[in-house]
Write a protein that binds this ligand. Structure first.
Ligand code: ADP
Length: 222
């Protein structure tokens, strides 16, 4: 579990995305004020959140009465109503909320959100779709984090071909320019594997490097 200090958040919109943001924030030990105009949604989430309020987030008076400007982090998870999402974001930025994260529905929505000062804009469906496609098209890849367009951290499942090979033998850094950060065996993680470490089939290698180099390593060694 991630270590983080307890913070206060507002989540606006309790659809599938906002709802899951909400639950996870609470699970991580944060305080969450949830807002949705649908009282059924608010009732469903009342047990997960610190406070849950029925209301329309495009209503300036409501936001003021909730003391929205005192919150540093707000997530706008209004799904289909682009106009409400934009207006809400605008009101939040105008009242001085420092960090406003908004779920965008399309490129047009994204552009407008950028212009009015949204601090983080997310496209959860697109991102998840890409992740699933990348994972499915490469069976060695168990998980990955994109650091930039070029660099990633990738969790690779060691193949039979690597069984019994030591890290020094494979000479991965010199041959491929990538680094093995850690090796996972079941629940055990070795975060500084020795050069003499012998890889066994089913080990998970956590490597960092340029995507091209990681791909080359997979093609030639795995
Ligand atoms: P998802 O695709 O994440 O499931 P939805 O469109 O289903 O998104 O959910 C968006 C939520 O946002 C709904 O629960 C809806 O009631 C809520 N919502 C939409 N507009 C407003 C608004 N102006 N103020 C507060 N909540 C809103």
């Amino acid at each position: 579990e991630v270590l983080a200090t307890r913070k206060q958040f507002v989540v606006i919109g309790l659809g599938r995305f906002g709802g899951s943001v909400c639950k996870e924030l609470v699970k991580l030990g944060n305080e969450v004020l949830a807002i949705d105009r649908d009282d059924k949604k608010v009732n469903d989430y009342a047990k997960y959140t610190t406070h849950a309020v029925v209301g329309d987030s495009t209503d300036e008076n409501l936001l003021r009465s909730l003391g929205i400007r005192n919150f540093e982090n707000v997530v706008v998870a209004i799904g289909d109503n682009i106009q409400a999402s934009i207006l809400t974001t605008l009101l939040l930025k105008e009242s001085g909320v420092k960090n406003v994260c908004v779920k965008a529905k399309n490129d047009y929505h994204h552009k407008v959100l950028e212009k009015i000062g949204a601090d983080k804009i997310v496209h959860p469906e697109n991102d998840m779709g890409r992740r699933i496609a990348q994972q499915m098209s490469d069976e060695n890849v168990i998980d990955f984090i994109e650091l930039s367009d070029k660099y990633s951290i990738v969790e690779l499942l060691a193949s039979m071909k690597l069984e019994g090979k030591t890290l020094v033998e494979l000479n991965i850094r010199a041959s491929f320019g990538i680094t093995i950060l850690a090796i996972k065996q079941g629940e055990t993680i070795d975060i500084s594997p020795s050069p003499q470490y012998k890889i066994s089939n089913k080990d998970l290698l956590i490597v960092i490097g340029q995507n091209d180099d990681i791909k080359r390593f997979e093609d030639q060694v795995m």
